[in-house]
Ligand binder design. Structure first.
Ligand code: CMP
Length: 139
């Protein structure tokens, strides 16, 4: 079934001019970019987005990194988009990411790991709604 997932190209990647290179990997894997916007996250937006990690020791650093410079927020569409994009991104820790994945190619560290992708269909819906209205997504 056609599905949508939410993606963020993170500050470590936008800073190094890697938006196009990452989009090429995304599109090469058969995921369609059906919405996309460059935005500088506010602290409130980043805190809310990563609310589930609020008790984790890296939460403050994560919010700091995500608000330091612009990000690119995206909606990706494909058959099994959530699982497919997680495969394309590779493991959260780039040292464990498989060859050819975005994080293996571009990530600097577990914190500066270049991309975020939703971990479930339910969370994809929640995350997409934080950044896009239905009419901004053109499939
Ligand atoms: P992301 O998929 O955006 O979801 C939460 C983020 O927290 C994760 O990617 C990492 O960039 C970041 N992070 C920083 N430190 C850790 C850690 N020790 N374990 C998991 N995620 C971490």
């Amino acid at each position: 079934m056609t599905e949508r997932t939410f993606s963020i190209i993170k500050p470590d990647a936008t800073r190094r001019n890697l938006t196009g290179a990452i989009n090429a990997v995304i599109e090469g894997a058969g995921l369609r970019i059906v919405a996309q916007r460059r935005v500088k996250l506010s602290e409130a937006q980043a805190r809310k987005f990563y609310e589930v990690h609020a008790e984790r020791p890296f939460y403050g650093e994560l919010v700091g990194q995500m608000t330091a410079e612009p990000v690119v927020v995206q909606v990706l569409e494909a058959e099994n988009a959530v699982a497919k994009y997680r495969e394309v991104m590779g493991a959260t820790n780039p040292e464990q990411a498989a060859d050819g994945t975005i994080r293996k190619q571009f990530a600097l560290s577990i914190g500066e790991n270049s991309v975020h992708g939703s971990d479930s269909i339910e969370n994809a819906g929640i995350e997409i709604a934080q950044f896009f209205t239905d009419d901004q997504i053109v499939g």
